[in-house]
Design a protein around this ligand. Structure first.
Ligand SMILES: Cc1cc2nc3c(=O)[nH]c(=O)nc-3n(C[C@H](O)[C@H](O)[C@H](O)COP(=O)(O)OP(=O)(O)OC[C@H]3O[C@@H](n4cnc5c(N)ncnc54)[C@H](O)[C@@H]3O)c2cc1C
Length: 463
């Protein structure tokens, strides 16, 4: 297994549980890839960026369970929104059958007027009544679809954009409509629990200790600071991985779970050349996320997290509360800005000033509070961009090379660049590898079961 991010870990754990001896080679000093945390020089631990999961992410939940981290994810039923004037609204499921379970909250959602809500309800019904597959969405952007569905400007700005830019890390005009619609179908319409938000109650790196144990139980080493320089093929088969120190590791089969922009540099050149099997990878673009970590000298926020409307800042997480600590010695907040193209060239101080100005609108206590420490982490290539038609560039986990498999959120899973997508890719690679050894096994987990009218309508639309 080359790469110890979520895709590599999920695949490695599933293969070890299937009885294989897995050698995991990870370039960095820690596991978890993009979804990890590290210690700052002053001893405080920061996540690379806040990572959240949703109730509909069934494979990620399965991976956390397998690796003993399930109990470290806390799920929240209530979503909190705040607008420029500091007005709060919440969204929560009621007892009504899906897709109507959110209707009550939505009716009282203060940030939208009646015309906005009517237009949103119409679009939501079009998604639900078609079983998540409304006609005419091929090769168009989400923005184009919303315009065709006659969404009001406020509905687009204060509802669709708010949910989708943070879920997909891309602007609506660049997002494939299928990805945008899928978010609403899987998280908000198909089942009652799909929207529940899961947040780790520990630093991200603490979630992966169990993986190391699972792999070790089958005798396989987990080697950190062990970068691979080259993947060697001989007679059309994987022959070995050359490490940065020049030594070579061989194996009966190999799963490569590195980012897509690293993969081509490891494989023989012809695989990525025009006409080669992985040529399409060059067309996959990436989008940035900026995380801003602020430590205040006092309590400034009551909610566990807040979604901001009308601001550059999209989410604020109350890390002190999420870690189950009290604010006696101050409060640590983490802010997230997805698709943060405009921030890439801005200085750390400019970004901090911008965020402090916005926090003053929604968390008035921050105006008087002292900022004791701040860190900005810009991930320029945070996720692959779910641009229109991106699926045609995403390769399958099984390659043309008999004993070489690919994993990574960017491989073909149907999911956007998320932890769920990464785990799915790892499970699919493990299934393909086991099938290659004539030991087929189903590892991929099913989606949440559809409920209520959504189930009926999905059945009808398939029929
Ligand atoms: C800032 C940010 C916020 C995000 N927020 C969320 C969120 O809230 N929810 C969500 O679901 N997803 C989120 N994501 C996306 C999520 O982190 C990724 O989709 C997922 O972690 C990708 O996992 P992966 O294993 O495919 O890739 P990676 O995590 O990139 O793993 C690849 C691994 O390969 C290793 N590697 C690279 N080169 C070599 C080499 N030559 N030899 C050996 N090893 C090598 C790397 O060090 C890395 O550990 C976020 C991503 C970022 C960056």
């Amino acid at each position: 297994m080359i790469g110890g991010g979520l895709a590599g870990l999920a695949s490695a754990v599933a293969l070890a549980e299937a009885g294989l001896e897995v050698h995991l080679l990870e370039k960095r000093p820690h596991l978890g890839g993009r979804a990890t945390s590290y210690t700052l020089p002053d001893g405080s631990e920061v996540d690379n960026c806040q990572h959240v999961t949703l109730g509909c992410c069934t494979n990620l939940a399965d991976f956390y369970r397998r690796s003993g981290a399930g109990g470290k994810i806390r799920f929240y039923d209530r979503l909190y929104f705040v607008d420029r004037e500091g007005r709060r609204s919440t969204i929560k499921a009621s007892r009504l059958p899906p897709p109507l379970h959110m209707a009550f909250s939505f009716l009282f959602f203060g940030a939208l007027n009646f015309a906005d809500k009517r237009s949103i309800a119409r679009a939501m019904l079009a998604i639900a009544r078609s079983g998540g597959q409304p006609p005419g969405i091929e090769s168009i952007s989400m923005l184009e679809w919303l315009r065709r569905m006659k969404q009001t400007p406020a509905a687009i700005e204060r509802f669709w954009r708010v949910v989708l830019v943070s879920a997909l890390d891309e602007e609506l005009a660049r997002t494939d409509a299928r990805y945008g619609i899928d978010v609403f179908w899987k998280a908000f319409l198909g089942s009652r629990g799909g929207y529940r938000i899961g947040i780790p109650s520990v630093p991200l790196a603490d979630l992966y200790e169990g993986c190391r144990e699972s792999i070790a139980r089958r005798g396989g080493p987990v080697r950190l600071r062990c970068g691979v320089r080259e993947i060697r093929l001989r007679d059309g088969r994987f022959a070995g991985a050359v490490l940065e120190d020049g030594s070579e590791v061989s194996a009966d089969a190999c799963v490569v779970a590195v980012p897509h922009n690293v993969l081509l540099g490891l494989l023989p050149k012809e695989m990525g050349e025009p006409g080669g099997p992985l040529d399409g990878l060059r067309n996959i673009q990436t989008s940035p996320i900026t995380g801003i970590h602020l430590w205040f000298d006092r309590a400034v926020m009551r909610e566990p997290f807040l979604t901001l409307l009308d601001h550059t800042t999209q989410w604020v997480f109350n890390k002190t509360l999420l870690y189950g600590q009290t604010a006696g010695r101050g409060q640590y907040l983490q802010l997230v800005i997805s698709a943060s193209y405009d921030l890439v060239a801005r200085s750390r101080q400019e970004i901090i000033d911008l965020c402090r100005g916005e926090l003053a609108d929604v968390l008035p206590a921050t105006r008087e509070a002292q900022l004791e420490k701040a860190t900005v982490i810009k991930e320029v290539n945070a996720t692959f961009s779910p641009q229109v038609g991106v699926d045609r560039w995403r390769p399958a986990q099984k390659t043309g090379v008999e004993n070489l498999y690919l994993a990574g959120d960017w491989t073909r899973t149907g999911w956007p660049s998320t932890m769920e997508g990464a785990v799915r890719s790892g499970y699919l690679a493990a299934e393909a590898l086991l099938a290659g050894f004539s030991r087929p096994q189903a590892i991929l987990q099913p989606d949440l079961p559809l409920e209520g009218f959504s189930k009926l309508w999905a059945k009808r639309s398939v029929a």
